[in-house]
Design a protein around this ligand. Structure first.
Ligand code: GUN
Length: 289
């Protein structure tokens, strides 16, 4: 086999297949219960990247037959106002999922806002109750980006059990829950971060390397074991306006067995998993209703 026979994992295709499956499941659920799953998205401020994400979420909802509500609030919105909106959405039985787009203009508000969302409606799986369940391995709502990465690995025919997995980055949104989900799949997991010593050597141990650092081309060819599977979570906007991952794709790809591109890798999967979570949340709440 030539050194360049690597697989580019097509996140767009896997995401589309997942959304098609969710759309069918939503239709069946509506038929059986008369209930249409509904996702409420809250956007505070006018960050252009957040606006793009929120628009993409709305489009995915339409595709899947999920009702979507958007609450676009000014950047100056007080924390109490935001908490009051969340309380209203928590109490509304026609709303099954609540997503507050992060980061907030005042990042100091995030902890209280996340904690205010009803755990059953927390389709990001960021609430401490859901984070605890992820630790226990009992979660129904899985964090969207890490769950999307597991789906990509499965679609690419990559098994996790027994593999050495290295996650670079320890954010609450990606790095930490990613490590937990890989552990749940019986991977042997190392979490690396900005203070990690001998980072390149640790990355070279990885059969599965997940890069979630937020620095363009941070992972270079010397950090990758030949034949590894490389997952790039980075979405970095370069000065020329192009998107670039955390992995130096051109140099790294020929060393790998499989790699995700940016764009078109992990990104589309996050939204596909959000759609799945919204249906799961609707089912859970409808069973209890
Ligand atoms: N900002 C970046 N990624 C995410 C995400 O997955 N959920 C929310 N709510 N905000 C984000």
């Amino acid at each position: 086999m030539s050194a360049s026979a690597y697989q580019i994992i097509d996140g767009k295709a896997v995401s589309l297949a997942s959304k098609e499956q969710t759309a069918k499941a939503v239709a069946a659920f509506r038929q059986a219960t008369g209930v249409q799953p509904c996702l409420a998205v809250v956007l505070v401020g006018d960050d252009p990247a957040s606006r793009v994400y929120v628009n993409n979420k709305k489009k995915a909802c339409e595709f899947c037959g999920i009702r979507s509500l958007e609450y676009a609030l000014p950047a100056e919105t007080e924390k109490d106002e935001l908490l009051a909106l969340i309380e209203k959405l928590n109490a509304d039985p026609s709303v099954h999922g609540i997503l507050v787009q992060l980061p907030l203009p005042r990042p100091g508000d995030e902890e209280a806002v996340i904690a205010a969302i009803s755990p059953q409606k927390d389709v990001d799986a960021f609430h401490p109750v859901n984070v605890g369940k992820i630790m226990q391995g009992t979660a129904e709502l899985l964090p969207c980006t890490p769950a999307g990465i597991l789906a990509l690995l499965a679609a690419a025919g990559v098994t996790v059990a027994g593999k050495d997995c290295v996650v670079v980055g320890r954010s609450n949104i990606v790095g930490k829950p990613m490590a937990m989900l890989l552990l749940r799949e019986h991977g042997t997991v190392t979490i690396c971060h900005s203070k990690t010593q001998n980072l390149a050597a640790k990355c070279r141990e990885a059969d599965i390397l997940v890069a979630a650092v937020g620095k363009p081309k941070f992972i270079t060819a010397d950090m990758v074991k030949p034949g590894a599977v490389v997952i790039d979570v980075g979405v970095n906007r370069l000065e020329n306006g192009k998107l670039c991952g955390d992995v130096d794709f051109d140099a790294v790809a020929p060393r790998t067995a499989a790699i995700t591109p940016v764009p078109g890798g992990v990104g589309p999967m996050t939204i596909a998993m959000l759609m799945q979570n919204t249906l799961t949340a609707a089912k859970t709440q409808t069973q209890q209703g």
